[in-house]
Ligand binder design. Structure first.
Ligand code: NAI
Length: 506
């Protein structure tokens, strides 16, 4: 196999440049390294060799192979040394004018056939390449940190980028052991765009006083299988990185409500509570470990009231079986008795709306999130409404915790926690498909590898039901009257027709 680009250059040898240089050298390319800071390229080459040394120590790399790789690295001190390169990847400071100047200078040096690429994560590829004499050979090549471990790269097609250039970059990425996805040049490309739902919706839930950070993290990990809760994730990324990204994507999409950032992160950023790296974020950290508040124990209740479930509950048959299995006494009448605990299971609606519309006694009404199959979840989530009596709340908590499964009790919220976060993620993802920013398959690859979600957002939507996702959003729009819950046309149509969210039209 001959490598797609035999001689390449990396300009800017910081964290990203080094990572890209490492995998390019491993793929067999000769890699020139150049940095504006004197001696930085040489230092980067040494750092990359030190990475290979570590792999040799761990027995994961042959010493002879390391020596061959090392010969592929050529630190240089002047742009003119890049004359013979057939690809230049830029990973310098994130400033439009500085990047544009670099590519202008490069065009005077490399041949007109050489491919020029930027690793920008937040600037427009089209804008960076706009001043070039040959903009067709210019593309985005967006890697993630740390490059050798994050095995996905977005190949970004600017307005004038030739398709053949994207094809070559995709093939080259594969030779480097990465999955390449093709994105149209739009704010956040794929990964940073698709990633907007998780944190912002969790922040809205906190902002409504529905539940605290730790409860929301527990729910999303236990019910939906996320490795990290949204607040744990923001603590890891640090708010000085993630809040500006939230603002930037929101503004670049001309204040699209789906991406609206939160005042919570703005304030915390101002206070310097950035996350792990400052020892204080949504959690406090001591010696690298987060202090996680204990969960409230299930209350002890001597006698449980009988339970009545209305006919329109989600997964009603399963819910009835569950109550029965837990030893609850079910009422079968058309209406609840005056003692009954009423358990509703809405999609998207809050408990208050269900109680009001179905003429239920709100003081005895509690909700349970039945979107996820009970057998498939490690946690049950109950919600009260403002009128729910304490004894009824405690009875519901005690009943659903009887088999030892974790239970969270939250305040009233359209869509509980899992429904609204999943529906938001699925909505943004399907909007990406609707805009044809990338193919559904590339979206799934980009999100699983770039964000580490348990599955792609379209697969998530399919798993929990496209029609359910649509229903959650429709009803949340009614509850909140907020355009951020407006379903994308892609979800609207596939959800209404019961089609897979991965379905593309003929
Ligand atoms: P960094 O600050 O670690 O490294 C940047 C390097 O570029 C420095 O060594 C600096 O001396 C050099 N440099 C600055 N201006 C230069 C110029 N005009 N010519 C030559 N060298 C120059 O930055 P990092 O994190 O490696 O990011 C670089 C680029 O990669 C940015 O565009 C950033 O947006 C993008 N990126 C960063 C990611 C990250 O997680 N850090 C992820 C994906 C993309």
């Amino acid at each position: 196999m001959t490598v797609k680009f035999s001689t390449i250059a990396i300009v800017g040898t910081g964290a990203m440049g080094r990572g890209i240089a490492q995998i390019a050298a491993q793929a067999g390319s000769t890699v020139y390294l150049l940095d504006a800071q004197e001696g930085a390229a040489q230092k980067a080459a040494s750092a990359i060799v030190a990475q290979w040394d570590k792999l040799v120590e761990k027995g994961r790399l042959d010493p002879a192979q390391r020596d061959v790789y090392a010969t592929h690295l050529c630190p240089v001190e002047a742009l003119s040394a890049l004359k013979g390169c057939d690809l230049v990847v830029e990973a310098i400071v994130e400033k439009l004018d500085v990047k544009r100047q670099l590519f202008k200078d490069l065009e005077d040096i490399v041949s007109p056939e050489a491919v020029l690429a930027t690793n920008t994560s937040s600037l427009s590829v089209t804008a960076i390449g706009a001043g070039l004499r040959h903009p067709g050979r210019f593309a985005g090549f967006h890697f993630f940190n740390p490059v050798p471990l994050m095995k996905v790269v977005e190949v970004v097609a600017g307005f004038k980028t030739e398709a053949a250039v994207c094809d070559r970059l995709r093939e080259y990425a594969r030779q480097m052991g990465h999955s390449a996805v093709l994105a149209q040049d739009t704010p956040g490309f794929i990964v940073n765009h698709a990633g907007r739902g998780y944190g912002t919706e969790a922040l809205r839930i906190v902002g409504e006083g529905v539940a605290d950070f730790a409860t929301i993290d527990r729910i999303l990990k236990d019910q939906a299988g996320f490795k990290l809760g949204p607040f744990e994730l923001m603590d890891l990324t640090a708010l000085d990185v993630s809040h500006p990204v939230m603002e930037s994507i929101y503004r670049q999409y001309y204040d699209e409500p789906r991406f609206r950032p939160s005042v919570i992160t703005a304030q915390r950023l101002a206070a310097g509570a950035l996350g792990r790296k400052t020892g204080e974020g949504f959690y406090r950290y001591a010696d690298g470990a987060a202090a996680v508040p204990d969960e409230p124990a299930a209350p002890a209740v001597d006698t449980l009231p009988p339970v009545w479930v209305p006919p329109r509950a989600t997964r009603r048959a399963e819910l009835l079986r569950l109550v029965h299995t837990l030893g609850g006494q079910l009422e079968t009448g058309a209406a609840p008795s005056s003692q009954a605990l009423v358990v509703v299971a809405p999609l998207g609606f809050d408990i208050t709306t269900v109680a009001a519309v179905e003429r239920l006694d709100a003081t005895r009404t509690v909700g349970i999130d039945m979107l996820v199959d009970d057998a498939a979840t490690k946690r049950r989530v109950l919600a009260t409404n403002p009128a729910t009596r304490r004894d009824m709340r405690d009875a519901a908590h005690a009943l659903f915790a009887r088999d030892g499964k974790a239970v969270s009790v939250i305040r009233d919220s359209g869509g509980f926690v899992t429904q609204r976060v999943l529906a938001t993620i699925v909505n943004i993802a399907t909007d990406i498909c609707q805009q044809r920013i990338c193919t559904p398959a590339d979206l799934e690859t980009a999100v699983t590898l770039g964000l580490g979600y348990p599955r792609g957002p379209l697969a998530m939507g399919d798993l929990y039901g496209p029609t359910n996702m649509l229903e959650v959003l429709f009803n949340m729009q009614t509850v909140y009257g907020d355009p951020r819950y407006r379903p994308s046309p892609w979800l609207r149509r596939r959800g209404a027709l019961g089609l897979s969210l991965r379905h593309e039209e003929e």
